[in-house]
Every structure is written in structure tokens, then in C-alpha cells.
Design a protein around this ligand. Structure first.
Ligand code: ZN
Ligand code: ZN
Length: 81
């Protein structure tokens, strides 16, 4: 019997370019996400950071609604060439 084909062949739009959490690199140290490490996302630039790299603990993060990384909170200008 033929294999089940549930895929849409009609459109050419595939949205698989979204960066998953697993593929993210720490914006501070450039390292990968570690399984047992705390990890936080900047609400402004959407960069992920190790908690330890930005000195955020899970306990602290609970009180943070919109986290801003050091880059975003320190500089008022958007330095993105
Ligand atoms: Zn890091
Ligand atoms: Zn940021």
C-alpha cells in the first residue's frame, strides 16, 4: 500500500526557518544552550542568554516580566548596522 501522504504539496511556503530554542546561542558567550542551564530570552532583541552570563537566576526571572539583556538596557541606541 502507498505510504500516507499528509503533506501539502500545493503551496511553496514553508515556515521552518524559525529558530528553535535549541539552536540558539548565548548572546553573551556565544555558546550553545546547555540542558541543565538556566536560559533567558531578551524581550527587546530576542537574544538568548545563559542565566549565568547575565546574572539572572531562575528565582529572579520569575519576577521579570520583560527581560532586557545588558546590551538593551544599557545602551539607548540600537546599534545594529
Ligand atoms: Zn552564555
Ligand atoms: Zn537585548
Amino acid at each position: 500500500m502507498p505510504p500516507p501522504k499528509d503533506e501539502d504539496d500545493s503551496g511553496g511556503e514553508e515556515e521552518e526557518e524559525e529558530e528553535e530554542h535549541e539552536n540558539a546561542l548565548c548572546g553573551a558567550c556565544g555558546d550553545n544552550y546547555g540542558q541543565d542551564e538556566f536560559w533567558i530570552c531578551c524581550d527587546a532583541c530576542e537574544t538568548w542568554f545563559h542565566g549565568k552570563c547575565v546574572k539572572i537566576t531562575p528565582a529572579k526571572a520569575e519576577h521579570i516580566k520583560h527581560y532586557k539583556c545588558p546590551n538593551c538596557s544599557s545602551s539607548s541606541k540600537r546599534a545594529r548596522a
